[in-house]
Design a protein around this ligand. Structure first.
Ligand SMILES: Nc1ncnc2c1ncn2[C@@H]1O[C@H](COP(=O)(O)OP(=O)(O)OP(=O)(O)O)[C@@H](O)[C@H]1O
Length: 264
């Protein structure tokens, strides 16, 4: 579990505040989404969460350990527990799939070559890329590249997985496959998965715990069922900006979908 408490972040020598008193919890074994308009502060929040930025105030507790107070060495240790999936797949073009997946094992584990190969193969099988081990990224579709990147992100068996816009550049059908995969590995391995996304299909499909950031503030927290039934104007402007989502909401209301209460 990652807990954020009273986090403030400023830029420009403390003259411009970008995040205001952020309080949020990201749960183990759940898909946690951070959503919000462009420029609302999602990326800055994630950069604080992974220790790339230091907040001016507040705590970020990784299962009780405050990363804002860690030394460089402690932060390095904690980073070993974090998997990252960047926008685009960010694979090494000149390396095969299996070498890409092996890379973090080579860098950060004490596994033998044989163990690295076994672990890399396990992760490749997990993302359904069996048979593509010796292909280069350029030989893969966008969705396959993303799956290879997920295999690499889970190679070190992370407790925490951060994904920045995992569906960017993918068609809706492939996006669903990626969402399903992220859901499956999150649940199978009990990972605290945090996804920064604009994709409303992801919100509808896998949003177990959604944190809406609005102009640097936490604007709303809930799940994919509750999001249809809330009366938060800013969130509604964001979520129901398209006719499709307005129609889904109208349909749900007309057919008597009840408000859902989820307990964690
Ligand atoms: N390194 C930085 N230095 C100064 N200002 C920054 C820096 N990084 C981000 N910002 C500012 O912080 C604000 C929030 O940006 P952020 O990238 O977090 O938005 P976002 O919600 O992730 O947007 P998008 O969805 O478009 O990626 C913006 O005003 C941005 O200009």
């Amino acid at each position: 579990m990652i807990e954020v408490k009273h986090l403030d972040k400023y830029f420009d020598n403390g003259t411009r505040q970008v995040l205001y008193d952020i309080n949020a919890t990201f749960y183990d074994g759940k898909v946690n989404l951070i959503i919000g308009q462009s420029g609302s502060g999602k990326t800055v929040l994630v950069k604080n969460l992974v220790g790339l930025f230091k907040p001016e105030h507040g705590e970020i507790l990784y299962d009780g350990r405050d990363i804002t107070k860690m030394s460089r060495a402690q932060l390095k240790e904690t980073r070993k527990e974090i998997g990252m999936l960047f926008q685009g797949a960010a694979l090494f073009d000149s390396e095969t799939v299996i070498d890409n997946v092996k890379f973090p094992l080579m860098m950060f584990s004490s596994m033998s070559e044989k163990e690295q190969l076994e672990r890399a193969q396990f992760c490749i099988d997990k993302v359904n890329l069996t048979g593509s081990e010796h292909k280069y990224p350029a030989e893969l579709s966008g969705g396959m590249q993303k799956r290879a990147a997920i295999a690499r992100a889970i190679a070190l068996n992370p407790k925490y997985l951060f994904c920045d816009e995992p569906n960017s550049g993918l068609d809706p059908k492939t996006s669903i496959v990626i969402d399903q995969l992220l859901w499956d590995i999150t649940h199978e391995f009990g990972i605290t998965t945090i996804i920064n996304t604009h994709d409303m299909n992801s919100v509808m499909g896998i949003g177990e715990n959604i944190v809406f950031i609005n102009h640097g503030h936490v604007g709303w927290v809930g799940n994919k069922d509750q999001i249809y039934d809330q009366d938060n104007d800013e969130l509604n402007n964001f979520v129901f900006a398209t006719d499709l989502f307005r129609d889904v909401r109208k349909y749900r209301r007309a057919h008597g979908y009840v408000k859902t209460k989820v307990e964690y």
